[in-house]
Design a protein around this ligand. Structure first.
Ligand code: ZN
Length: 241
């Protein structure tokens, strides 16, 4: 496979406003995710909320095969015209990896069409992620399950449409479970939601988590084909008479 062009988008607000988060991600969590993807051989750009167009110009998006999205406290600051732009690119074939609190992002809610609400608790508990579709490319290199020692809990019910494929389920120390690795297709584009990544924990440094993100980027990559053509088709392919 040729090198994929990945844009790692991060709201980037917690890292500037919360000392606790800055200690974990001094240069922003996007730099950690980007570095992990570079190690897996991808060509990676980063983009953040405070850049013009949130770093997502038409040119950047046109040259992006897969966009990753982390946001939390500033979902409402993401301009609708940029959401429209990302939405259009997903329907055209750009892959989208939505991470953790990105479940409440404008783009994910629009693509899902549901509230995307869930239960949550910040209690530093253990999360065990079970691979329930071991033949799926996103499960490549992972065992039956892996543990994230400290995470925020997300619990069912998670108000998403039934995934096209569910690759992972999380169990939490407090007893809840959660659909934590969910695949969708919208238009020509693929979407993967991956649950872990609360900002106060070093989750994105963990090798298994980086492996899932790298696998997901590969699976999300658009297939090479000419753009779809819709609408009026006056000329039949075969003679009608
Ligand atoms: Zn969180």
């Amino acid at each position: 496979m040729s090198q994929l062009r990945v844009t790692v988008w991060n709201e980037g607000v917690h890292e500037k406003t919360h000392e606790e988060v800055r200690k974990v991600y001094p240069d922003g969590m996007h730099t950690v995710i980007a570095e992990a993807l570079r190690k897996h051989g991808h060509s990676v750009l980063t983009a953040t909320l405070d850049e013009p167009d949130h770093g997502l110009s038409d040119t950047v998006l046109a040259e992006t095969d897969v966009l990753t999205w982390w946001g939390h406290m500033a979902h409402d600051k993401v301009e609708d015209r940029i959401v429209d732009r990302v939405h259009k690119r997903v329907l055209e074939g750009m892959g989208l990896l939505v991470l953790h609190s990105g479940h409440f992002s404008k783009i994910f809610k629009r693509l899902m069409g549901t509230s995307c609400d869930l239960k949550w608790r910040e209690a530093n508990e253990r999360e065990r992620i079970w691979i329930i579709d071991p033949s799926h490319p996103i499960a490549d290199g992972l065992g039956d399950s892996f543990v994230i020692p400290h995470e925020e809990m997300y619990g069912e019910h998670f108000d998403i449409p039934a995934p096209d494929t569910l690759v992972m389920v999380s169990w939490f120390q407090g007893g809840e479970v959660f659909r934590s690795g969910a695949c969708y297709q919208r238009g020509q584009g693929r979407i993967f939601y991956f649950r872990p990544g609360h900002e106060t924990f070093p989750t994105y440094y963990q090798p298994e988590v980086q492996q899932v993100i790298a696998n997901a980027v590969k699976w999300l990559a658009p297939v090479g084909r000419t753009p779809m053509q819709y609408g009026h088709r006056p000329n039949p392919l075969e003679p009608l008479g």
